[in-house]
Design a protein around this ligand. Structure first.
Ligand code: ZN
Length: 124
């Protein structure tokens, strides 16, 4: 029986292929990382890959994706693989249009680039 690698099966094509960095990767400082929702929200998808540059292994990474297609990357990098770097990444750098009220205190914001819809309940 063949073993199924669920991480590879579920990886959305817009994340690039094995060996590629994730889209819009940007290294975070420790302070920037601590301001992310990582410790409070459960990512919707995770996977791992190696990032290769000019035929040479640059990093082994574990990535996490949130519902909106953005997330974090933990990278084991450096000459001996002993360095940890944390990056943010995103399939889209969202640009939200004006709010559309869809119920009492509930507003929807739609990204003009990818059509991702974010609902905000202002009564919370
Ligand atoms: Zn977007």
């Amino acid at each position: 029986m063949n073993k199924i690698d669920k991480g590879k099966m579920l990886e959305p094509p817009e994340l690039g292929k094995w060996g590629d960095p994730l889209p819009n990767m940007r290294e975070l400082t420790q302070s920037e990382f601590l301001q992310t929702p990582f410790f409070f929200h459960t990512p919707s998808l995770t996977g791992s890959r190696q990032i290769v540059e000019n035929g040479k292994l640059k990093a082994a990474v574990r990535w996490f994706m949130n519902e909106d297609g953005s997330g974090l990357v933990f990278a084991r990098t450096g000459e001996t693989g002993q360095e940890l770097k944390i990056y943010s990444w995103a399939k889209c750098i969202h640009k939200f249009g004006p709010p559309v009220n869809v119920g009492r205190c509930l507003n929807q914001y739609t990204c003009t680039l990818c059509n991702y819809v974010n609902e905000v309940d202002s009564s919370d």
